[in-house]
Design a protein around this ligand. Structure first.
Ligand SMILES: CC(=O)N[C@@H](CCC[C@H](N)C(=O)O)C(=O)O
Length: 384
């Protein structure tokens, strides 16, 4: 196979878009990626599958006179979102969609890999197709399994996220914190059920949940320095069985975001205190689970990122945009805390935001992204 053309890449993206899979279940996606990679020229490639993380895929491109190994990561999982785009190539998996654009991430990575499968790089390149970014901490799992050791050691890591608010193909970045750290929140309230007519004989889990939700929303406005940024979103609540029975339990699921680790820990602590207060005031039991996993703030390495930005600013054909930190989370933050590197945005220009059922990335972003990344990697490999 020659280097993948723009038309072939768009077709690949559409195939991937039709087979979205949730975190750690990306078997069809894994098989598809493998089939595309196996059609590339294999002379410089070494493919690795991992029994302990079966949907992950690593591909090493052997450099001709390697001074280092440069890692490039693309996440491969999708979201439990019912696609509403009406596109002819919409998801074939009901209730699951590439609503965060990981189909674009994979396609860009395949495009860059395809280029270097035909043009041997001087440094080693390691492509990491990572499962479980949206949940389940795939990046942290991979690192803790020792995937980046020995021959597969990575000296510096790069990865992108698509961004609907940037023009198609634009590269966005900043030095310092790019994305927030996040903590997943699960709250189980156990009360006592009873007849709707006799609330005094019950412990109403719905009322306790309502009070808890309203109190939690005061953390940001009343416990956090207004100059600092934090977000608490409780995106899911379930409770009760029928209108005239007082609910005996309620479950709330959400996410906390902060641009620094200390901010996240401060919010976590206030949440614990509010849960204790709800127990006392409503006579219920509240079980709080906080799970940060690998979703650490994405901290770009100062030197590597300065270099990346300087390259992108002057590269012909690259529309570089300096961006603000975002409250989105990314488990690439964990990898960047272990291995220096840079995360950046790729503009996909859409009115719909990430995680929307109507997200429709502009596909021209794929080719622009590949050109910018190939150019940067070739430049980086000329440096000592
Ligand atoms: C880019 C993006 O949208 N990432 C996700 C990451 C999820 C983090 C974690 N599972 C959580 O929900 O706290 C995001 O929602 O920002």
């Amino acid at each position: 196979m020659a280097v993948l053309t723009e038309a072939e890449l768009i077709e690949i993206r559409r195939q991937l878009h039709q087979i979205p899979e949730l975190a750690l279940q990306e078997t069809e996606t894994h098989a598809y990626l493998l089939s595309v990679i196996k059609q590339m020229k294999q002379d410089y490639l070494k493919i690795r599958e991992v029994a302990e993380l079966p949907t992950a895929l690593l591909v090493l491109v052997k450099g001709s006179k390697a001074k280092r190994t440069i890692g490039y990561r693309a996440d491969i999982d999708a979201l439990p979102v019912d696609e509403a785009t009406g596109l002819p190539y919409a998801s074939k998996h009901p209730g699951v969609m590439h609503a965060c654009g990981h189909d674009i991430h994979m396609t860009v990575a395949l495009g860059v890999l395809s280029y270097f499968s035909e043009h041997q790089p001087s440094d080693n390149l390691l492509f990491f197709f990572q499962p479980a970014e949206e949940s389940e901490s795939g990046g942290m799992k991979a690192y803790q399994l020792g995937l980046f050791t020995g021959e597969w050691h990575v000296d510096e890591f790069y990865g992108l996220h698509d961004n609907p608010s940037l023009p198609a193909g634009a590269i966005g970045c900043r030095n310092g914190t790019l994305f927030a750290g996040t903590t997943e929140v699960n709250i189980d309230i156990k009360g006592q059920g009873g007849h709707a007519a006799f609330p005094q004989l019950s412990k109403d889990a719905v009322v306790a949940a309502a009070a808890l939700i309203m109190q939690v929303q005061t953390i940001i406005s009343r416990s956090i320095d207004p100059i600092q940024s934090g977000v608490i979103t409780l995106g899911k609540i379930s409770a009760g069985h029928i209108r005239n029975v007082i609910a005996d339990s309620a479950r709330i699921e959400g996410t906390i975001r902060g641009l620094t680790q200390s901010m996240i820990e401060e919010i976590d602590q206030r949440l614990r205190e509010i849960c204790r207060g709800i127990e006392i005031s409503f006579g219920v039991k509240v079980k709080l689970e906080l799970n940060q996993g690998g979703y650490w703030p994405v901290e770009n390495d100062p030197d590597l990122t300065r270099n990346f930005i300087n390259y992108m600013k002057q590269a012909a054909g690259v529309n570089y945009v300096e961006t603000e930190p975002a409250m989105t989370g990314e488990d690439f933050g964990y990898l960047l805390a272990q291995i220096p590197g840079t995360m950046f945005w790729l503009g996909i220009e859409d009115d719909a935001p990430l995680h929307s059922a109507s997200l429709t990335p502009k596909e021209s972003a794929i080719n622009s992204g590949i050109k910018a990344i190939v150019g940067f990697l070739e430049y980086r490999m000329t440096e000592d």
